[in-house]
Design a protein around this ligand. Structure first.
Ligand code: HEM
Length: 388
């Protein structure tokens, strides 16, 4: 579930940058070395994430996350910078620290619910509730709408849903956010959504459509990633019990453990990563080859994470790996994850609370029997049954 396709390792040895056929039949380059993936993701001048041109290569047809040119992730240049600046002040390390009491409170509430519901519990279901409830707080969304938000997020990440259903989900999601901004304008407060509405209404720093798409981006960005990270981290720790015990004995290891667990078993699983397109010919510094202007290049983060030149014995979880090179699990360059500090805080507090409250936590199912759902961008763990 965590390792990249074996084909990646074989290719990396013989042709680390090579042309491949994508699931759509389009052709693009595939980069498999950590150094190359880092260079491509960091070079925002010569590689763009805007793949909205009709002749741009497509990784999948019918994947809203990749085809919507109005979300931050798919924007390029000055427009991307402008929107990113509006959001930046709400996602600093200090702001993430400021969220600690509320995150802890939510986690306590969730774990109370888990305890009350009894064993076995599906930890995945609880893992979803944490980021959803926080998103609701940030954007002044009634908590009871959280489940509905998740169905829209999963439509956004699905490439298996029929087109009509996708289009309906996209339209409903948009209408919901438009109604939300209307309600909030009538009754303003002091949440992140008010900061965004002010940037629109008072400072005119973004258009109405951008306001709506930015709110959608935040809902999409912060849910599936966190829920999957929590479940995958806990799964690895319980499958390799000595790792759980190591953290029980020394909580100061938790921040480094999180980075290593994300590398070893990233939230998207298998082969996720996003495509970029070269705006001019780029010869990679490592000597792996050249990406030609107009060519797409796919950079699977899990390939970087399992490059033995960057991470010796990549299949092993080691909490004492050197800090450099970094894992790239939060990206690199201008699209570097906006929510990284918030994500790290959520993961750290969740892991600490589980270790504190459920020291005997164990998998309730054999690891190889755990169900995974496919058809979404990245393979998702659909259930994580645990006992204590
Ligand atoms: C463990 C959890 C998370 C992981 C592993 C993760 C990973 C990533 C990665 C790899 C990218 C860059 C993609 C690329 O450039 O190709 C990204 C971008 C982004 N992330 Fe996260 N993310 C996480 C949590 C969050 C959270 C909690 C939020 C907050 C709401 C968030 C919001 C975003 C946004 C808005 C972007 C787009 C930034 C841009 O395009 O400028 N993420 N994330």
């Amino acid at each position: 579930m965590s390792s990249p396709p074996p084909e990646f390792a074989r290719r990396r040895g013989v042709c680390p940058l090579s042309e491949v056929t994508l699931p759509t039949g389009d052709r693009a380059m595939l980069a498999l070395k950590h150094a190359d993936i880092q260079q491509i993701m960091s070079d925002d001048r010569r590689f763009t994430r805007d793949l909205s041109a009709p002749d741009a290569p497509r990784l999948f047809h019918n994947l809203l996350m990749l085809e919507d040119p109005t979300i931050l992730l798919n924007m390029h240049g000055d427009d991307h910078l402008r929107l990113r600046r509006i959001l930046a002040s709400a996602f600093t390390p200090r702001r993430a620290e400021g969220w600690r009491p509320q995150i802890s409170e939510e986690i306590d509430r969730l774990l109370d619910e888990m305890e009350r519901d009894g064993r076995p519990a599906n930890l995945m279901a609880f893992a979803y509730k944490l980021p959803t409830r926080l998103t609701c707080k940030m954007l002044a969304i009634p908590e009871e709408d959280g489940e509905q938000l998740l169905t829209w997020v999963s439509a956004w990440l699905s490439f298996a849903m029929p087109r009509e259903e996708l289009d309906k989900a996209a339209a409903d999601f948009n209408d919901y956010v438009v109604a939300l901004t209307r309600r909030r304008r009538a009754e303003p407060g002091d949440a992140l959504i008010d900061h965004l509405i002010n940037a629109r209404d008072v400072d005119d720093r973004l258009s109405e459509d951008e306001l709506v798409s930015t709110i959608r981006t935040l809902i999409i960005g912060g849910n599936e990633t966190i829920a999957n990270s929590i479940s995958r981290m806990v799964f690895t720790l319980l499958r390799e019990r000595h790792l759980w015990e190591t953290l029980q004995a020394d909580r100061s290891l938790i921040p480094t453990a999180i980075e290593e667990l994300l590398r070893h078993n990233p939230p998207g699983g298998g082969a996720t990563g996003l495509m970029r397109m070269a705006t001019e010919d780029v010869e990679l510094d490592s000597g792996s080859g050249t990406v030609r202007a107009g060519q797409g290049v796919f950079t699977p983060l899990v390939a970087a994470a399992y490059d033995p030149q960057a991470f010796p014995d990549p299949e092993q979880v080691k909490f004492d790996r050197p800090k450099s090179p970094g894992t790239l699990q939060f990206g690199a360059g201008r699209h570097f994850c906006l929510g990284i500090h918030l994500a790290r805080t959520e993961l750290e507090l969740m892991l600490t609370a589980l270790l504190d409250r459920f020291p005997d936590l164990a998998l309730a199912t054999a690891p190889e029997e755990l169900p995974f759902s496919e058809g979404g961008y990245g393979v998702t763990m659909s259930e994580l049954p645990v006992v204590w």
